[in-house]
Design a binder for this molecule. Sequence first.
Ligand code: ADP
Ligand code: MG
Length: 675
Amino acid sequence: MKLSELKGIGKKTEQLFAKAGVNTVEELFYYYPRYYDVFEAPVTVRNLECDRTQAIEGKVVRELTVKRIRNLQVIHGYLRDDEGAAVRATWFNAAYLKTKLQIGKRFVFRGFVKESMGSFSLQQPKIYSLTEYQEKMGEMQPVYPLVAGLTNNVVCKTIKQLFSIMEPKESIPLSVREKYRLIPIKTAIKNIHYPTAKEELETAKKRLVFEEFFHFIFALRNLKEDSREMKNAHILLEPEEVRTLISKLPYKLTKAQCRTWEEIKTDIASDKTMNRLVQGDVGSGKTIIAIFAVLTAALNGEQGALMAPTEVLTRQHYDTICQLIENNQIEEVVPVILTGSMTVKEKREAYTLIESGTANIIIGTHALIQEKVNYKNLALVVTDEQHRFGVRQREAIWGKGKNPHVMVMSATPIPRTLAIIMYGDLDISVIDELPSDRLPIANCVVGTEYRPKAYGFMEKQIAQGRQVYVICPTVEYSEAVEGENVIEYAQKLQHIMPVSVRIAYLHGRMKPSEKNQIMNQFAEGKIDILVSTTVVEVGVNVPNATVMMVENAERFGLAQLHQLRGRVGRGAHQSYCIFINGSGKKEATDRLDILCKSNDGFYIAGEDLRLRGPGDFFGVKQSGDFEFKLGDIMNDVMTLKEAAEAVDKIAAGELKLTAIERKMLTQKSMENINL
Ligand code: ADP
Ligand code: MG
C-alpha cells in the first residue's frame, strides 16, 4: 500500500518518506525511533549539565528583553529556581512569550543546555505548566530519524494512523518463537514505537533484532546450499606476470599478505570452487591481494571482476589497477570500469567489451550485476567491503558466471567465532599485520576548546604539503539532530583558515558524479581539507592525508572510529588523529581513550562493548556497516548466536515449520532481504 493512501499524506510527504527510505505503508512499521525523549524530573540550576536537554522549574524574574538581529527576533529571559540560582534562556521569533510569561509565575522550562563563555543557557525551552509537565513525566516519546522537511510530529501521526488500519505480519515461525521466547511481532512493533517501560523496550528490541539476524542467516545458508562443495570450473594458476609484479612492487608484502595470497592460489587451483573471506584491518593491504586475484583470472584467459560498494572506491581501484598494468607493462590485460553514474553510451561500450571478452578485468559498483551485463567467462569475483552488498546482490553476481570463485574482503573487525556464524562455511584468511613502514598514528581525545589549537596544527601540516580530513556526524543543520554538520562546518573553516587553504565537503546525499569529482580532487592534492561525513569510511586511500579530526566523536562507535582513522597513516608521513568529544562528558572521554591505547580493531571493539555494557539502547553501533536496522553483531552477539542456532535447527528438522511458514521464509530470504 502506498503512503499517499493514508489520510493527510500528500505526494510531498510521500516523497519525504521515500527519501527517508520508507516506500510503502508496511515499511513504516519498521521505521524505528532513533531514541526516546524521556521527560525527566526537573533539576535545579546548579545541577544543569551542558549539551543535553533538561527541565528546570522556576519563574521569570525580570522583564524579557527583545533584540532584533537582521530578521531574527531574539528574546532573552532570566529563570530563577527555588534555590535562588538563575539561568538565561533564549528564544527566537516568539513574540507571544511576552504575554505568556508573566513575571513571578512558575513554569517548567525544558530545553537544550548550552555553555558559552563559562555560563549555561537554555536554548528555546518549551514551557509547561506544572500540571502539564507532571503528566508528561516518565513518558517515552519516540524520536525518529528525519530528513529535511519531515518533522517528528508528522512521523508520529502517520505511524499512529498506521496502527489503526493494519497490523505487521508475523515472519518468524511459531516453533522458533516458542523456543527462543520471542514476543509476537504485533507486540514488538507496538512497543518499539510506544514503549511504556524500559523492560518492554528490551523484549521488543530483542525480538526485532532476532528477526533481522534470523532472516539474514537463513538467506545466507540458502545461498550456500547451492555453492557448497562445488566442483572447480575454473582452474587458475599463478601467472608469471603476477610473480614478477610481486618482485617489482615498491614494497615487500607482509607475511600475512603472502600467507593470504598462498591460500587463495591453493583454492583456485584446487578441485573445489573458492569461497573465501579475507579479513584485514584498515590499511593492512587487502587491495593488492584482490588485484593479484583478478589479474590471475585475466591472465589465465578468463575474466575477473572486482566489486566495490561506492563509486569513489571503485574509481580508485580502477586507477590503481590501470597504473600497475602500465608500470609493469603487463600485456593482454584490459580493465574496464562500470558504474551507475556513467552515461548510457559509456555503459553500452563497457557491456560490449565485457560480453565479447575483450575486457578481462571488470571493476565496478552494483552496476556489475545488473541484468544487462553478460560476461564471456567470469572465473573470479572479488567484493571489497562486501558486507555492504545485499545477499541478493551477491547471489546475482554468482549467477553471472559458471560457478565463479568468490573472495570477499572486509575490514570489519569481527571475531572469528562471529564470522563463522555470519558466513558459515566460508574459508577465512586473516591479514593480521600492518606493513612495517607505517608509523603509528598519534591520537588525542580533546574537548571543543582545543579546536583553535587543532586548526593551527592543521594549517602547519597543510603548509608542509599534507592534507586533512574533518569528519562531522551530520550533513546539514537540523533541529532534530545535535552535532556538527558538514555543510556549515566547511563554511566556518573557510573563514578561520587562510584563504589559500582549499576546503571542500563530501556527504552521502551528493550525486555520485559530484562525490567522484571531490574525491578525485582530494586524491590529486587539489583539496587541502575535506570535511566529510563517514562516507570516507570505506576504503579510500589518500596516503598524503595525515590529519583526521573527528567532531562529535562521542557519537560514533569505537570500531567505526577505528575504521575512519584508517584513512590516515597510509603513507610514510607521521599521521595524527584528533577526536573531539563534543559532549564534554567524562564517560565519553574514557571510552574514546581506548582508541589512543590500541590500534587493534578487535581489541577496540571488544573494549567498547565491555565499557558500555549490553544495556545501552540504540547506543552507538559497533559495526554500522552491516546495515541491520537495530541489530549489531557485536552488541547483540547472544541473539546472533541464537538466530544462527535456530536456522541450524530448522535445517536439521529439529524445529518444525508449517508449509506456509516455509514458503514465507523462502520468499522473505529471496525478496525481502536487502541487507
Ligand atoms: P586496506 O586493507 O585498508 O584495503 P589498502 O589495500 O588500501 O588497505 O592499502 C593501504 C596502503 O598500503 C596502500 O597505499 C598500499 O599501496 C599500501 N601497501 C599495501 N601493502 C603494503 C606493504 N606490504 N608494505 C607497504 N605498503 C603497502
Ligand atoms: Mg580497502
